[in-house]
Design a protein around this ligand. Structure first.
Ligand code: SF4
Length: 335
């Protein structure tokens, strides 16, 4: 008997997978690597590292799928709407479960396991949401939520006696203690902080993401750029991203693509790398240079200041002498 377990990068999905494996079922883990996990931080496992670690800790085969541009389409226009930020949790669960359904077929598995806990999250973890998720994913009756199963309708694996309902759990709400106890029992050595999850639930990120959706025509690398620097909407078709430190400057420059502009101060004046993306004209270039000057360490003391800029992929450098942008203008454009 084999099951597919969705592994999100949080603790509960790992617990559910380990719990079902402990009942003697072969488990294959599936991680959908969505582009909305936070950027890697020092001494904190990234979602991908965590998922690899969980595969080892639980001794299960782990597969990862890249959700691709379809996931972005879903985020732009979710059938079941957004939660308190721009998190389309119900549609997101459906999206991932459809991927699990494909793998279930390929692997000859009999059901899918998730770590959802009844009433733990407002939007997607209540009975009606579970019903919608089950129906829309095409897996009605075949999704087992072992952590809350005793509080939910019987699934086909229980009716068919592949699983005994008495062996399953009846968790509800946000309690953390039983999770930590079960993690110890299952040998899960390290797990993420529950607050460190998906960026679509973050207020600041959601604001920048909404701006991208309104501007339209964005791609996966536009989303990656949202994780770095300060963002400014200059016109409906153009934006600027300003690095806050050396690491952000390097990342922003690394994410620049053909057609983008990069702005930076001359060597004598320390300051940010600024990326310009979209429909760029002369007014935009002057504004970008003034914004770069505003964020330079000695902005105001060297006035006017030379700002260097270039358009990718041509690395020919141009210069413009500018004074810093007015702080009210900076505030007006900031996302
Ligand atoms: S929090 Fe993010 S990853 Fe989790 S279900 Fe919601 S949208 Fe999907």
């Amino acid at each position: 008997m084999k099951a597919i377990a969705l592994i999100s990068g949080g603790l509960d999905s790992s617990l559910a997978a380990g719990f079902i494996k402990r009942l003697g079922i072969e488990v294959v883990g599936l991680h959908c690597h969505i582009p909305f996990y936070p950027r890697p931080k020092k001494q904190v496992l990234s979602a991908q590292e965590y998922v690899r670690r969980i595969g080892t800790d639980l001794d299960i085969e782990m597969k990862t799928v890249d959700p691709g541009e379809d996931f972005l389409e879903m985020v732009k226009n979710p059938k079941f709407g957004y939660g308190s930020n721009i998190n389309p949790c119900i549609d997101c669960r459906i999206f991932m479960l459809r991927k699990a359904a494909v793998l279930m077929e390929m692997e000859g598995a009999r059901f899918v396991v998730t770590g959802e806990v009844l009433h733990q999250r407002g939007m997607s973890q209540h009975r009606e949401a579970f019903q919608n998720i089950d129906k829309e994913s095409g897996l009605e009756g075949f999704i087992v939520r072992p952590l809350s199963a005793k509080l939910l309708p019987q699934t086909i694996p229980e009716k068919e006696k592949w699983l005994d309902r008495d062996d399953l759990l009846g968790w509800s709400g946000r309690t953390r203690k039983p999770q930590i106890r079960l993690a110890e029992e299952l040998g899960i050595r390290e797990y993420p902080n529950p607050a460190g999850g998906c960026l679509l639930t973050d207020v600041g990120f959601s604001r920048r993401m909404k701006d991208l959706i309104v501007a339209g025509g964005f791609r996966m690398d536009d989303v990656e750029l949202l994780k770095w620097g300060r963002h400014f909407r200059v016109s409906p078709q153009a934006k600027l991203v300003v690095g806050r430190d050396r690491m952000e400057n390097e990342q922003i420059a690394g994410l620049a693509r053909e057609g983008d502009y990069l702005f930076m101060p001359i060597e004598e004046a320390a300051g940010p790398t600024v990326l310009g993306r979209g429909e760029i004209n002369g007014r935009f270039i002057e504004l970008a240079c003034k914004l770069t000057c505003f964020y330079c360490d000695n902005s105001g003391t060297i006035n006017p200041m030379d700002i260097v800029y270039m358009r990718l992929p041509d690395l020919r450098e141009f210069r413009l002498a500018v004074s810093p942008l007015d702080s009210r203008e900076v505030g007006r454009m900031r996302l």
